[in-house]
Design a protein around this ligand. Structure first.
Ligand SMILES: Cc1cc2nc3c(=O)[nH]c(=O)nc-3n(C[C@H](O)[C@H](O)[C@H](O)COP(=O)(O)OP(=O)(O)OC[C@H]3O[C@@H](n4cnc5c(N)ncnc54)[C@H](O)[C@@H]3O)c2cc1C
Length: 500
């Protein structure tokens, strides 16, 4: 069956797709979104997020107009600081392995605040992330790490708000409609092939926006691009991001662009389901993550530490440490904490389905660490405790320099002795969040060929855009990237379809 020509077809219904849809509707185009999942599972990885969005801002004056509740009484006692474009650039450069800022990273930085304002002007509102990005100091809420706001209602709230805006503007979404092919005429993309409930279908379009995620949920492509240890990775989000958009664009002549062997992956509860769990209430979905390692230490099966848990604020390490855990023997590790830091552990450690063991002494804890050489782990903890610098005060709001002294693998900040019962240990593995390799796009989101020419009628955004992340990721940049490149691709697609 062939459906009459639509101006713009957007593939996917995550945040990048919705931003593209809103921007295309604002330009006047008729927009249909086609989503592989059913309505419950729609919204992609975006719906699994905590909704945190990183953007450059000069101070509270830039933030207050974006807030859902500008009358929140805590605001008077809050220090947001600033996060300049230079800081955002420095944070991205810190993960670039000596690469200069890519054009995509420059676009992400420059467009980050304008895109947050655009979302807010359209009715998508935000909240300060008091629970995870601030600590109380001198009676004030002090934010750290440059990441201050999340969408009201977290990821599910973001997707709901964006969907409502899109639909109120006349956009429509078709669920259970997986795109399986592109229709081309000469060298122009003129539609999509869909596998839907009623069988195969062709939807003709003035322009197509691919916003259907990376290949993180496809085991074969993970192994091909990331390596064999990624076969066993848990998938933190949707099972639907299987790299179809990427494959179709590459088959249409697109340039593979960005770091295909790179991905975002974090320590996750070893016992979590293989995929993110949308059956949980949305505020609980992120809770299989376990990223408070900076308050304790991690040991592998051999009983050894394997990363500097306090190398930097966890915003700058959590996306890399999932791979570090997957690289350990047996692909697991245990996170160890004592009672001194219990109150600082995130909610995810108190989650009803958090798995952990607890004991009144280290000696009693060691045999409970399944799969771990207890003797070696005991020696590791003892050596760590002896090496902690007792002169330096502990302060989780700053990189406090409270380090170990003399260990071959240091803990550079927040190193406190593990000595106060009860002791707790959490088993973790690596969970893949999303992949970094993608497509090259121009300012209008047009997908480019290796010779730099654009594939007419084909646009892309979100996880499909390469060149944005390399060796790592400052937390909260993925949703912003989706919004920035989604907005561009939507406007560009509307222009491709004849709307200016
Ligand atoms: C658990 C978790 C927590 C995260 N937390 C944060 C955070 O707090 N802040 C942040 O910035 N980033 C976070 N991220 C990363 C963030 O989710 C992504 O960077 C961003 O949401 C990507 O948006 P997207 O629209 O490109 O992809 P998605 O939101 O994944 O949307 C892709 C959509 O395409 C659909 N699709 C796939 N294939 C097809 C097909 N063939 N046909 C039709 N539809 C298809 C999928 O079903 C899905 O709905 C998190 C990710 C996860 C998994």
């Amino acid at each position: 069956m062939t459906v009459a020509r639509i101006d713009v077809v957007v593939v996917g219904s995550g945040s990048a797709a919705l931003c593209a849809g809103i921007a295309a509707r604002q330009a006047g185009a008729e927009v249909v979104m086609v989503e592989a999942a059913d309505a419950d599972m729609a919204g992609g990885n975006s719906k699994y997020t905590a909704g945190a969005m990183r953007f450059a801002y000069d101070g509270a004056d830039d933030l207050l107009p974006l807030l859902a509740d500008p009358e929140d009484p805590r605001l008077a006692a809050t220090d947001f600081g600033s996060y300049t474009t230079d800081q955002f650039a420095a944070d991205l450069l810190g993960f670039n392995d000596s690469r200069p800022l890519s054009p995509e990273q420059q676009a992400l930085i420059t467009d980050s605040l304008p895109t947050m304002r655009w979302l807010s002007d359209n009715g998508v509102k935000f909240e300060p992330i008091y629970s995870r990005q601030s600590f109380e100091k001198g009676g004030r809420h002090v934010f750290w790490g440059g990441l201050t706001l999340a969408a009201a209602g977290e990821g599910a709230g973001l997707v709901d708000a964006e969907r409502q805006v899109f639909e109120s503007m006349g956009g429509t979404i078709r669920y259970r409609s997986a795109v399986s092919g592109l229709v081309t005429d000469d060298e122009r993309v003129v539609g999509v092939e869909i596998d839907g409930d009623d069988g195969p279908e062709v939807m003709m379009a003035g322009a197509v926006v691919l916003a259907c995620g990376g290949f993180e949920a496809d085991r074969e492509q993970r192994v091909e691009h990331l390596g064999p240890q990624w076969a066993a990775a848990k998938v933190r989000g949707t099972p639907h991001n299987t790299g179809v958009g990427l494959r179709l664009a590459l088959a249409a002549g697109a340039e593979p662009y960005g770091l295909y062997k790179g991905c975002h992956a974090t320590p996750m509860d070893l016992q979590m389901p293989d995929y993110g769990n949308l059956d949980l209430p949305h505020l609980e979905r992120k809770n299989y993550r376990k990223i408070c390692y900076f308050l304790g230490i991690m040991v592998n099966a051999e009983g050894h530490r394997f990363v500097d848990e306090g190398r930097d604020f966890r915003n700058y390490t959590y996306a890399q440490f999932g791979a570090a855990v997957l690289g350990q023997p047996g692909q697991f590790a245990w996170q160890l904490f004592d009672a001194k830091v219990e109150h600082l552990l995130y909610e995810e450690y108190r989650f009803h389905d958090a798995h952990y063991v607890e004991a009144a002494s280290i000696d009693e804890l060691l045999p409970l660490l399944d799969g771990v050489d207890g003797t070696a782990a005991g020696a590791t903890i003892a050596a760590y405790n002896r090496a902690v610098d007792q002169q330096q005060p502990f302060d989780p709001t700053i990189k406090d320099g409270k380090a170990t002294i003399g260990l071959p693998l240091p803990k550079s900040n927040w190193a406190q002795t593990i000595d106060t019962p009860p002791f707790r240990a959490y088993p973790v593995t690596g969970g893949i969040t999303f992949t970094y390799g993608g497509l090259r796009v121009d300012d209008a989101g047009t997908v480019l060929r290796p010779d730099g020419s654009g594939i007419a009628g084909l646009h892309a955004c979100g996880e499909l855009v390469g060149g944005v992340f390399f060796a790592g990721y400052p937390g909260g940049s993925g949703l912003t990237s989706g919004a920035v490149f989604g907005r561009r691709a939507g406007s560009g697609a509307a222009r491709s379809a004849g709307w200016s």
